[in-house]
Ligand binder design. Structure first.
Ligand code: NAD
Length: 259
């Protein structure tokens, strides 16, 4: 890499986001990490990332707040001088039949995953197009391409993220900025571990059955995707050899959406 790159990964103190941030730090990027977490998790994430010798800074921002993503990008640009790579990764989940899904949970899920991506992209894109280079990666889901029961807000949000990705890709296509969605199947992270009990309740199954019959059954490989696999794909999308990949929803789901 000849030029310095600055990357922001939202929701990056754990799981997939932390893995992507680690990959970027290992590639020599300056990295902005973000979350809305307890301080202990932030300290752990920062110490994991500083091991690479990259410049890493933490930005607390609640992306459920309208405009939170817009302000976050402003803070990152103030601190690092520019933003070249934006990964919209923050996301939350709620497993419930739609009639039992509190409207506040619907609002929060849409706000954290979809609205925040609108706000961060709106803030970040002008700088990228002005410099003629940028990468926007939205972490959607296999649920951006397929539905499952009891996940109405999550499925609607992730389909929205895929649509947002395509629209912005077309707007940025001639300006050196690519915009893609990564669509993972089940990845073993705190978000997945936290939903096992809810899945067991709504499906009337044991937790072991949930892992086997709900999570791994749709994935023909019958294994969880690892966060490092998502990070490697994000890194590839940031390379110059990926300049023609834009507006894509890239599956990394053990064959789930091939069916
Ligand atoms: P995770 O729970 O480990 O991480 C989610 C991150 O989002 C955390 O850092 C959390 O602090 C952050 N976050 C949550 N609410 C926030 C808020 N209001 N403001 C700022 N940050 C907030 O989850 P994960 O499994 O690593 O998921 C990361 C992304 O990948 C999500 O968008 C998720 O939908 C998507 N995804 C996950 C899987 C999977 O199986 N784990 C599959 C497909 C897609």
């Amino acid at each position: 890499m000849t030029e310095k790159r600055v990357a922001l990964v939202t929701g990056s103190t754990s799981g997939i986001g932390l893995s992507i941030a680690s990959k970027f730090a290992a590639m020599g990027y300056d990295v902005a990490i973000n979350s809305f977490e307890a301080e202990a998790d932030v300290a752990d994430a920062l110490s994991a990332l500083t091991g690479y010798g990259a410049s890493v800074r933490y930005f607390q921002a609640d992306l459920s707040l309208s405009g939170g993503g817009y302000d976050l990008v402003g803070d990152v640009v103030s601190a690092f001088g520019q933003l070249d790579v934006l990964v919209n990764n923050a996301g939350i989940q709620k497993v419930a039949p739609i009639e039992d899904l509190p409207p506040a949970d619907w609002d929060r899920i849409v706000a954290v995953s979809l609205d925040s991506a609108f706000h961060t992209i709106r803030a970040a894109l002008p700088g990228m197009t002005g410099r003629g280079w940028g990468r926007i990666i939205n972490v959607a889901s296999a649920h951006g391409l397929r539905a499952s029961p009891f996940k109405s807000a999550y499925v609607a949000t992730k389909h929205g993220v895929v649509g947002l990705t395509k629209a912005v890709a077309l707007e940025a296509a001639e300006k050196g900025v690519t915009v893609n969605a990564i669509c993972p199947g089940y990845v073993w992270t705190p978000l997945v571990a936290a939903q096992i009990a809810d899945q067991a309740r709504v499906h009337g199954m044991s937790e072991e059955q949930v892992v086997r019959e709900v999570m791994l059954a749709p994935q023909p490989t019958r294994q969880f995707v690892q966060p490092e696999e998502i990070a490697a794909l994000a890194a590839y999308l940031c390379g110059d050899m990926a300049r023609s990949i834009t507006g894509s929803a890239i599956s990394i789901d053990g064959g789930w959406t091939a069916k």
